[in-house]
Design a protein around this ligand. Structure first.
Ligand code: NDP
Length: 341
C-alpha cells in the first residue's frame, strides 16, 4: 500500500501569516510562524535549531478531500457509495464526541454513515446479533465498534465478530496477522496516520533507528510493525524498559504512545530526530481549566527535534481521516474494484 499522499499542502487556515510569540526568560522570544506556502511551519528560536511542526490538521484535511474525490469517482463510475456503521454502547461522553465527529466526517466525504447507539446495559448477545446483521448488510462496508465497551462485554470477542473484510480498525486478528507478516491488509488508523505523516516528511525510512514508546495492541505494536515494514531498526519500549531516556536518544524517529502527560523530555531527543506524539492527555491548568497535552514535552522537545507533531493538531486529526481511508479500501475490496486514482 502506498502510504504517501501525492500532495499535501500545509495551508494557513486564515490564509495569512500568524505570528505567535512566546516570551522566554527576560528578553528572548520564541516565534511560531505558520507559512501560507505549501510547507510545514517552523518554531524559530534565535540561534537555535528550527523544528518543523508536522501539521496533522492540514494533512488530514488534504487526505479527506482526496478520499471525497475518490468516492465521487466510485459513485460516478460504479454506482457504489461506501457505508460506515459505528456502534456505540453506553453513554461515555468522550466516546459520544468521537462518534459524532466520525459520523459528520463520513457524510462530508460522501459516504453513508449508520450510527447504532445502544444503552450501557445492552447484553453481549444483542450486540453480537447487531454485528451479525451489519456483517450481512450489503450497504455497510465498514463496521467500527467504539471502545471501550462496558465491562460485562468481551471486547476481543466483539472485535473478532466483525467480518474481517468489514474491519476498518485493523483490530481483527486476521488483519493483525497480515500486518505482522507484512501482507496487505487494513492497518489501525492511528499508526497508519502517523506513518503517512512520517513518510511524507522523511521519505525513505530505510535504515533509520526508530523507537516506539508503548506496546499497546492499538498503537504501539502496529506502529512498530509498520516501521519494520519500512526497514527501520525498531526498538519497542514499555514500562519495564531500563533507561528509557538513553534508548530514546539513540533514535532518529521517536513515537510516543504512552498515555503519560509530557513524559518524553527534550533531553531524551537526539538533535534533528523526528518526533510523533500520539498521546492525548487532558491536564489541569493553574486557573482550574484544562488543556490537552501529548506524551512529549513540546516546549523542550521542539527545541531539539528536527520535526515534531503538536498536540492537539498532530496525530489526532489523522485518526478519523484514516478511518475513512480504510472504509474506502474495504468498500472497493468487497466489490472487487480498484481504489480510484
Ligand atoms: P495504553 O495504556 O494501552 O498503553 C500504554 C503503553 O505505554 C503501555 O505499553 C505501557 O507499558 C507504556 N507505558 C506506560 N508507562 C510507561 C512508562 N513510564 N515508561 C514507558 N512506557 C510506559 O495506551 P494506548 O496505546 O491506547 O494510548 C497511548 C496514548 O495515545 C494515550 O495518550 C492515548 O490517549 C493516545 N491515543 C491517541 C490516539 C489518537 O487518535 N491520537 C488514538 C489512540 C490512543 P506496559 O505495556 O509495560 O504497561
Amino acid at each position: 500500500m502506498d502510504l504517501r499522499l501525492k500532495e499535501c499542502r500545509f495551508i494557513d487556515a486564515f490564509s495569512v501569516r500568524i505570528f505567535v510569540i512566546y516570551h522566554f526568560g527576560h528578553r528572548s522570544a520564541w516565534v511560531g510562524r505558520l507559512n501560507t506556502t505549501p510547507k510545514p511551519f517552523y518554531w524559530e528560536r534565535p540561534g537555535k535549531t528550527l523544528s518543523t511542526i508536522i501539521d496533522g490538521k492540514a494533512f488530514s484535511a488534504n487526505l479527506r478531500s482526496e478520499i471525497a474525490r475518490k468516492i465521487a469517482l466510485l459513485k460516478q463510475n460504479h454506482s457504489l457509495t461506501p457505508g460506515l456503521a459505528v456502534v456505540l454502547v453506553g453513554e461515555d461522553p468522550a466516546s459520544q464526541v468521537y462518534v459524532r465527529s466520525k459520523g459528520k466526517q463520513t457524510t462530508e466525504a460522501g459516504m453513508n454513515s449508520y450510527e447504532h447507539k445502544l444503552s450501557a446495559e445492552t447484553s453481549q448477545e444483542d450486540l453480537l446479533q447487531l454485528i451479525d446483521q451489519l456483517n450481512s448488510d450489503p450497504d455497510v462496508h465498514g463496521i467500527l465498534v467504539q471502545l471501550p465497551l462496558p465491562e460485562h462485554i468481551d471486547e476481543s470477542l466483539v472485535i473478532n465478530s466483525v467480518a474481517a473484510e468489514k474491519d476498518v480498525d485493523g483490530f481483527h486478528l486476521s488483519n493483525v496477522g497480515k500486518l505482522a507478516t507484512g501482507a496487505e491488509g487494513i492497518v489501525p488508523c492511528t499508526p497508519l496516520g502517523s506513518m503517512m505523516m512520517l513518510k511524507h516528511h522523511l521519505g525513505d525510512l530505510s535504515g533509520k533507528k526508530a523507537i516506539v514508546v508503548g506496546r499497546s495492541n492499538i498503537v504501539g505494536k502496529p506502529m512498530a510493525a509498520l516501521l519494520l515494514k519500512e526497514s527501520c531498526t525498531v526498538t519497542i519500549a514499555h514500562s519495564r524498559t531500563r533507561d528509557l531516556p538513553a534508548e530514546c536518544r539513540e533514535a532518529d524517529i521517536v513515537i510516543a504512545a504512552v498515555g503519560r502527560p509530557e513524559m518524553v523530555k527534550g533531553d531524551w531527543i537526539k538533535p534533528g530526530a523526528t518526533v510523533i506524539d500520539v498521546g492525548i492527555n487532558r491536564i489541569e491548568k493553574d486557573d482550574g481549566g484544562t488543556r490537552l497535552v501529548g506524551d512529549v514535552e513540546f516546549e523542550t522537545a521542539s527545541a531539539v527535534a528536527g520535526a515534531i507533531t503538536p498536540v492537539p493538531g498532530g496525530v489526532g486529526p489523522m485518526t478519523i481521516a484514516c478511518l475513512l481511508h480504510n472504509t474506502l479500501q474495504q468498500a472497493c475490496r468487497i466489490n472487487g474494484i480498484e481504489v480510484p486514482e
